[in-house]
Design a binder for this molecule. Structure first.
Ligand code: ASP
Length: 304
């Protein structure tokens, strides 16, 4: 079995991604981190390392680069799952940790719980002396101010902004990873600042196993897009179940995305899928979803 790590940098519209070179470089670097971790560790180590890198990069909507909610607050979600043990851990609506995926792994491995939300999760991060989030980036504050104007001009409207304008602005650059290690162990992880201008307290798909991420002995999947749609369709469970019934990763990814398009329309989801044999694929119904994969000893392959 040749191990593999795959990552994505969020599904959205072309307008949201102006600096393709930077995105490519950051995805390559995230894959490097993941592959370095998988050489000596497990698929779980790989997805954590890759997602942690993207949380630190500042150019994605996760960790340091997280976008802000309607009130200008930070509220991040992340999840991780070990396909071998089928254990998952997640954090929802946290603002303290720089790397929510690290806290999600701690929830998975050190607590008897699956999802920790809000204050309790932040307190755990503090207690464990995890690195603290530096606060909203300048870019996040600038975007928030611009969009606040639009919300005001529009005489509300959280929903109008989220579904219409956020889509046009391509503000869905969240991150995710899947991996398969040399023993056939699978894992998935995701991390996000959530949908920009979301209602304070809103939790998306990223901390919900089966929705934003999923892994079992057949494979692993990580999704991006409108969390509400991903939750309603249980996108990642859907994809991995298709692997279990004999689909290739490419079929599983496309069948999942097309069934979501049939149910909810297009422009709302992207997914990366790996099966237990280490094959990977991606599908989306949005204009773009930068993603890529890498195996130890090989160059990364990136699709923008
Ligand atoms: N799925 C994330 C959420 O709804 C956003 C994204 O993927 O960009 O919170």
């Amino acid at each position: 079995m040749i191990p593999v790590v795959a990552v994505h940098g969020g599904a959205g519209s072309r307008r949201g991604w102006r600096n393709y070179d930077r995105v490519r470089k950051e995805l390559e670097a995230a894959l490097d981190e993941g592959v370095r971790a998988i050489r000596t560790g497990s698929a779980v180590d790989a997805v954590e390392a890759a997602v942690r890198y993207m949380e630190d990069s500042g150019i994605f909507n996760a960790g340091v680069g997280s976008v802000l909610d309607l009130k200008g607050g930070l509220s991040m979600d992340a999840g991780i799952m070990d396909g071998r043990s089928r254990r998952a851990g997640a954090v929802a609506a946290v603002e303290y940790p720089r790397n929510p995926v690290v806290l999600a792994r701690i929830v998975m491995e050190k607590t008897g719980h699956i999802i920790l939300a809000g204050r309790g999760a932040d307190e755990l991060a503090k207690k464990l002396s995890l690195p603290r989030h530096p606060g909203p980036s300048e870019r996040a504050i600038k975007r928030w101010k611009e969009l606040l104007e639009k919300v005001r001009e529009g005489g509300n409207t959280y929903y109008a902004l989220r579904y219409k304008e956020a889509k046009e602005l391509g503000l869905l650059d969240t991150v995710g990873a899947v991996a398969v290690d040399a023993d056939g162990g699978t894992a998935a992880a995701v991390s996000t600042g959530g949908v920009i201008m979301k209602f304070p307290g809103r939790v998306g798909d990223s901390p919900i196993p089966g929705a934003g991420f999923y892994a079992d002995r057949w494979g692993a999947a990580a999704a991006t897009g409108y969390g509400e749609v991903i939750i309603m369709s249980m996108a990642c469970l859907r994809a991995v179940e298709k692997l279990a019934s004999g689909s290739s990763p490419s079929e599983a990814a496309w069948l999942t995305v097309s069934s979501i398009t049939a149910l909810f329309g297009s422009g709302n989801v992207g997914i990366i899928v790996a099966d237990k044999y280490g094959r990977v694929a991606a599908a989306r119904n949005t204009e773009v979803m930068p993603w890529g994969y890498m195996r130890p000893g090989h160059r990364p392959t990136i699709y923008i």
